[in-house]
Design a protein around this ligand. Structure first.
Ligand SMILES: [Zn+2]
Length: 394
């Protein structure tokens, strides 16, 4: 990602954020960013959005300034996103562009339809008890009366091939068991299921279904980024600037002393999770040498640890998630307390390894077993399979 170079050593980029070591370097940074066209929000100011969030969390300005994990500036590029109409190819506003039936302000073409004839809709009925990992129905849409809040579905069931899917027979059984939540109507000899579905950003209390997913919506626009008169596709790697980041005022901080939890701050500086359980357990590389170099800057400038030793030893740190975290943690403190929470992700990744015939690493097998032994979500999941409480395919 593109970062701006500054010709002073008092400014560091770590994990995509700017660390200013002196008030003078901050002034240089802010001046430069404003010239480029960035918006700089001071989170001390309660009138700004970030300032409001800070105050709501009960963080005072004094607390924020003293905390080496709290940023004070939010930097962002505003209004760089625009729509591009698929019919007239003109740049248009993004406001409402993604809502059903919205029309292009230049040519009047519809920019988006959420449900059209054939859109596949995945949903479940609301207000009935629904166990975790319960399957959902997939049915094709016919049309949506968005204003009135009624969705018409074809009386057909799409076979899902996911892990938690209904067979068509089970799907119909589920539909009939919830017959009070829909109405059968006939149009031109076609049987349709009419359900209440109101267009709403939040779950609407009147809707009888809850939408889980849909595919085959009709999109007649693209989102582009426009900067300096040049147009880029939404996720173009060529976009010349980082869109948003934070600035830290580091001269306010005391250097951090080694502690059993110091590694968390070092890992968070590059935006990395400090829980080994959260990571892949199969030994695949996760960290890059660049990750350790950036963490090394944090170690050098903001802790009392031996940064030269870090530079030397970190070349041999393991690159896989759990291994790398252990190595960082042990460098920070001999009695580091490293999180290693079992979770259902470990279990499912293990299952996938098992299913693919790939040999499981010892750590992977151990994480999988711990998830079964200690994680309630995993236990529910396994119980569902064993007792057949959960409907399964065929
Ligand atoms: Zn248009």
């Amino acid at each position: 990602m593109n970062t701006i170079e500054f010709d002073t050593e008092d400014i560091l980029w770590i994990g995509g954020n700017l660390y200013c070591l002196t008030p003078e370097s901050l002034a240089v940074v802010l001046e430069r960013l404003r010239t480029i066209g960035y918006n700089a929000e001071d989170m001390r100011d309660p009138e700004t959005l970030t300032g409001k969030h800070r105050a709501e969390r009960g963080v005072t300005v004094e607390m924020a300034e003293a905390d080496p994990y709290c940023y004070l500036w939010y930097i962002n590029l505003q209004d760089i996103r625009q729509g591009k109409c698929g019919s007239c190819n003109e740049l248009i506003s993004t406001l409402g562009i993604h809502s059903h039936g919205h029309t292009c302000e230049k040519c009047g073409a519809v920019t988006y339809r959420k449900f059209v004839d054939g859109t596949e809709v995945k949903f479940y009925f609301r207000g009935v008890e629904r166990p975790m990992f319960a399957p959902d129905l997939w049915m094709p849409a016919k049309r949506w009366e968005a204003e009135e809040g009624y969705l018409y579905l074809k009386y057909e069931f799409i076979e899902d091939h996911g892990l938690f899917a209904f067979s068509p027979e089970q799907a119909e059984e589920y539909l009939l068991a919830n017959a009070d939540k829909w109405e059968l109507v006939e149009e031109d000899g076609e049987k349709l299921v009419k359900v209440r579905y109101v267009d709403s950003f939040y779950v609407d209390p009147e809707s009888t279904i809850s939408l889980m997913d849909y595919r085959g919506d009709e999109r007649n626009f693209r989102i582009v980024k426009v900067w300096d008169g040049v147009e880029y596709s939404e996720h173009s790697p060529d976009f010349p600037l980082r869109e948003s980041y934070h600035i830290f005022e580091c001269w306010r901080w005391e250097r951090l002393e080694p502690s059993p939890t110091l590694h968390k701050k070092v890992l968070h500086a590059i935006g990395n999770h400090d829980d080994k359980g959260w990571h892949y357990q199969d030994g695949r590389p996760w960290f890059r040498p660049e990750s350790f170099r950036q963490m090394g800057l944090f170690v050098r400038y903001f802790t009392t640890l031996d940064a030269d030793a870090w530079d030397e030893q970190s070349r041999r740190f393991r690159l896989d998630g759990p291994g790398g975290i252990d190595d960082v943690a042990r460098f920070c403190h001999p009695d580091a307390e490293v999180e290693d929470r079992p979770n259902i992700g470990n279990f499912i990744n293990g299952l996938t390894s098992f299913g693919s015939g790939r040999p499981m690493t010892e750590r992977e097998a151990r994480a999988m077993k711990r998830a079964v032994d200690e994680d309630p979500d995993t236990q529910d999941f396994v119980k569902g399979f064993v007792t057949g409480e959960m409907p399964r395919r065929r």
